[in-house]
Ligand binder design. Structure first.
Ligand SMILES: C[S@@+](CC[C@H](N)C(=O)[O-])C[C@H]1O[C@@H](n2cnc3c(N)ncnc32)[C@H](O)[C@@H]1O
Length: 272
């Protein structure tokens, strides 16, 4: 049985209330494609039965599975390349001029971890002489299953082939059956934790660099503005904000100045 208009609206509402993610009309195929596997796994009658369960108990483990299945986790190592070049050639060397301060980088909405691991690999490769506590990387996401994968550090050959420079593989990964496991020395450079961007942000120290890429596109403009406002308070004055290519800090141009770092989608928080 395919999705009814009511079922679709219930999923739209559930997703919006729990993650702020908007699901546009016409995306019924996405709900069917992503939730059918849960129907089989949980031995439910059909999608309608699954959505009824979610409506009855939106906080259950089953509802969490539904939420996670509806989120888009697309990512890759060194995605868009330019942000990482900019960090390596300009931003990290500039921040290192202050010997006393810890450099803090936040990868918000880190999905399966390729973004924060790219940051950690860049540091291990190009700044190996820096003592590890000097640079701290925090990576967060709303999805418990994505965070579990991040912590495992396990990637398939297909995931490795998407963006990882080939010479990093023997240096920083080891074989784990049919997959590759990122070495502990790299995993230890990152603190992974749950954070819903739509809720209060707790326990974040002032950041020098925030990567929040390819997630604001899923939110409506009010939520996006509220998140940009919170980033303004988390970033140190003069700190750097990286958005996804094509994303812009609409309404916040006064605070986030465009930089001339090529095509990096990098903005600098203005000094007060
Ligand atoms: C397309 S991925 C982006 C991954 C990475 N930043 C990149 O650019 O490659 C979007 C991520 O946003 C996360 N996400 C969606 N809504 C969220 C929310 N309200 N709070 C935190 N993370 C969220 C999803 O779980 C998913 O992992």
């Amino acid at each position: 049985m395919s999705l009814t208009a009511d079922d679709f609206q219930s999923i739209q509402k559930f997703l919006l209330e729990n993650s702020a993610v908007r699901l546009a009309s016409g995306k019924e195929y996405l709900v069917e494609g992503r939730l059918q596997a849960i129907v089989y796994k949980e031995d439910l009658e059909d999608l309608h039965a699954l959505i009824n369960e979610v409506k009855k108990n939106p906080n259950s483990g089953l509802s969490k599975q539904v939420l996670e299945a509806m989120l888009t986790n697309e990512t890759s190592f060194f995605r868009d390349r330019h942000p990482f070049e900019t960090l390596k050639t300009a931003i990290i060397p500039a921040l290192l001029k202050n010997p006393d301060q810890q450099i803090r980088i936040w990868s918000a909405a880190c999905s399966s971890g390729q973004e924060p691991y790219s940051l950690a690999l860049l540091l291990a490769d190009s700044f190996s002489w820096i003592e590890k506590p000097k640079i701290k990387i925090v990576a967060t996401d709303i999805s418990a299953s994505m965070l579990e994968k991040c912590q495992s550090g396990l990637y398939t050959q297909f995931e490795i082939l998407r963006g990882l420079p080939p010479h990093y593989l023997p240096r920083f990964f080891e074989r784990a059956d049919s997959q590759w496991k990122i070495k502990k020395e790299i995993r230890d450079r990152i603190e992974f934790r749950y954070l819903n961007l739509y809720e209060q942000w707790e326990g974040l120290l002032p950041m020098d660099i925030v990567f929040i890429r390819n997630v604001l596109i899923y939110f409506n403009s009010d939520v996006k503005m509220a998140i940009l406002e919170k980033i303004r308070t988390v970033l140190k004055p003069g700190g750097y904000l990286f958005l996804g290519s094509g994303e812009t800090p609409d309404g916040f141009e006064k605070y986030f100045e465009s930089t001339d770092f090529s095509t990096s989608s990098c903005y600098k928080l203005t000094l007060p």
